[in-house]
Design a protein around this ligand. Structure first.
Ligand code: PLP
Length: 247
């Protein structure tokens, strides 16, 4: 199977899931997760019409964004989907400040603790930039997962909303890996309810830096269920690029 064919199939499955939920397919953005994959495959995927790419390590994102720009591969929207270590936060600013024409960091999906929010905001303010972020929530309560618990997020939000250089676009979650995607439906539903709560408690008309439009949830194993439960962004790697040899 070629990448173009994989991409076509993923999009068809996305459209069918959207239809089942009576949603418009174009409300849902596919992020092609290209971590560990070479630029040549990103170029092939871009040639098949894909614009949004996700990387979980910021070094890799910056390297690929630079290499893409040098090779004339323009217009990619990059998504930082992984946990950000404090000492790597500067790289997010580097990626966000790249030339828009050659591609640029457009969304940070995994702000998972107050400390990293504070650091990103401080660095962004120093560069006169604002960063678009999602807050990562651990809805399953699995200990191995990063993210705010729903309760800790509600407690942290007033001070998060005081940070000057972050724009809160919505929520993200990583569901537990299970053989049957139906088992994670309650996680996705919980994230969606939490977003509804936030829209109500911290409305955009009072907090213009919080637009709360996105739910980033669903990966190769469970993106259809996530779309049925309201995902606006799905992050799909394996179904597009095949299995990864390492993480
Ligand atoms: C790797 C990764 C994905 C994609 O996983 P697949 O199962 O290959 O689709 C999605 N989100 C995050 C945060 C990831 O690290």
């Amino acid at each position: 199977m070629t990448i173009a064919e994989n991409l076509r199939q993923v999009k068809a499955r996305m459209a069918q899931a959207a239809q089942r939920a009576q949603r418009a397919p174009d409300e849902i953005t596919l992020v092609a997760v290209s971590k560990t994959k070479p630029l040549s495959l990103i170029a092939e995927t871009a040639a098949a019409g894909q614009v949004d790419f996700g990387e979980n390590r910021l070094e890799e994102l910056c390297q690929k964004a630079d290499a893409a720009a040098q090779s004339g591969l323009n217009g990619i929207r990059w998504h930082a989907i992984g946990t950000i270590q404090s000492r790597k936060a500067k790289l997010a600013l580097r990626a966000a400040a790249a030339q828009p024409a050659s591609g640029q960091l457009c969304l940070i999906h995994a702000v998972d603790r107050p400390k990293i929010a504070q650091r990103l905001s401080r660095l962004a303010a120093q560069s006169n930039l604002s960063l678009d972020v999602l807050l990562e929530v651990n809805v399953s309560g699995e200990l191995s997962k990063h993210g705010f618990s729903p309760a800790s997020l509600l407690t942290a939000l007033p001070s998060l909303l005081d940070l000057p250089a972050l724009r809160y676009r919505g929520l993200m979650t990583m569901a537990p890996f299970v053989p049957d995607a139906e088992q994670v439906r309650p996680c996705f539903r919980r994230l969606r309810r939490l977003l509804d709560d936030l829209r109500h408690e911290f409305p955009s008309d009072k907090h213009p830096q919080a637009t709360w439009q996105h739910l980033s949830m669903g990966m190769t194993n469970d993106f259809e269920v996530a779309i049925e439960e309201g995902a606006t962004i799905v992050r799909v790697g394996t179904a597009i690029f095949g299995h990864r040899e390492y993480e």
